[in-house]
Design a protein around this ligand. Sequence first.
Ligand code: PMV
Length: 325
Amino acid sequence: MSTARAFPNLALVKYWGKRDEVLMLPAAGSLSLTLDTFETRTTVTLDPSLRQDAFELDGAENTGDARDRVRAFLDLVRERSGNASHAHVTSTNEAPTGAGLASSASGFAALATAAAAAYGLPSDAAARSRLARRGSGSAARSIIPGVAIWHAGDGDETSFAEPIAAPEMRMVIVILDGTKKAVSSRDAMRLTALTSPFYDGWIRATEASLESMVSACRAGDFTRIGRITESHALRMHAVIASTDPPIRYLSPASVAVFDAVGALRSEGIEAYATADAGPNIAVLTRPEDSATVATRLSVFGRVHDVGPGPGAELVDTGEPPGAPR
Ligand code: PMV
C-alpha cells in the first residue's frame, strides 16, 4: 500500500493543445505554480485477487470516465513494471472536482507517485513527471514544488517538468462556480486544434510567451511575469472561443473579476488575473499584497489566498492497511 499527496498547479503560461494524444506530448511548453492548498491524497493498494482496478473518489465508488482514466493509467504502470496486479485506488480531493481548479493535475500527480512506489517504478521527479503526464498533461507539473517548467520535448523521454527559480508570488483564487465544467479540457483542446483558424498562431505565441516568462522568472521581474500571465490567459480563452462550435469557459462574473483586477492595478496594487478551463479566477500577486487583493475580491465569491506548495510526495500515514483516515 502506498499513499501520496499532491497539489494542483496553476499555469502562468498555459498548456492547450497536444502534439501526440497517446504519449500526451504538448504542442508547446508551459510554466506553472504548484499550490499549497486543495490537496489530493491517493492510496494505491495492490490486490492480485482483483480482476479490474477499483476506484473510490471522495468516499464513493466511481464508475465513470474518471475510473476509466485511472484504469488506463494503471495499465501503463503494469506494462512498465511487469507486475500484472490490479489495485484498489482511493482518492480524496479538497478542491471541487472538474471546476477548472486542476484536480486532474493533483490527482494524476498523486496517483503517479503512489503507483510508482506500489509497483516499483523509478521514483525520481523527472520519471514521475513523465509518468504523471500520461494521465493528465498538466499533472507533469504538479510533481514539482513551486514554479515548474514543463518542456514540450521531442518525445516521451524529454517531455517532463522541472523546477525553475522565480520571485516570491502568491495567488488569490476566486471561486465563482464549483460545478463540473460542460466540456472537458481534453475534448476542448482537441476541438481547438481541429477547428480554430488561430491554433497555429496560438502555439507560436505560447512558445514566445514561455521564452519571455522564463527570462522574467530568472530576472525576478514580477511585473513582467504578471503581464505575461494575464495576456496569455486571455489569448487561451480567445482561441478556445474561436472553436467550431464555440466554447466559452469564462462567465460574466469571471469578466467582472478581470475588470476588478484591472481597477486594483490602476490604484497601484500589482495583481494579474488568469483562468483555466472554467469560470474561476486566480489572481497573481506579490506576497505583501495578497491579503488586500483577497479582501477586495471577496465580494465576487469565496476567496483562497494560496502560496507555493510542495511537489507530489509519498506520505507515511502511520496507519495499518485498511484503517480509515
Ligand atoms: O492537463 P489537463 O487536461 O487538465 O489540461 C490543463 C489545461 C489548462 O488547465 C487549461 C491549462 C494548463 O496549462 O494547466
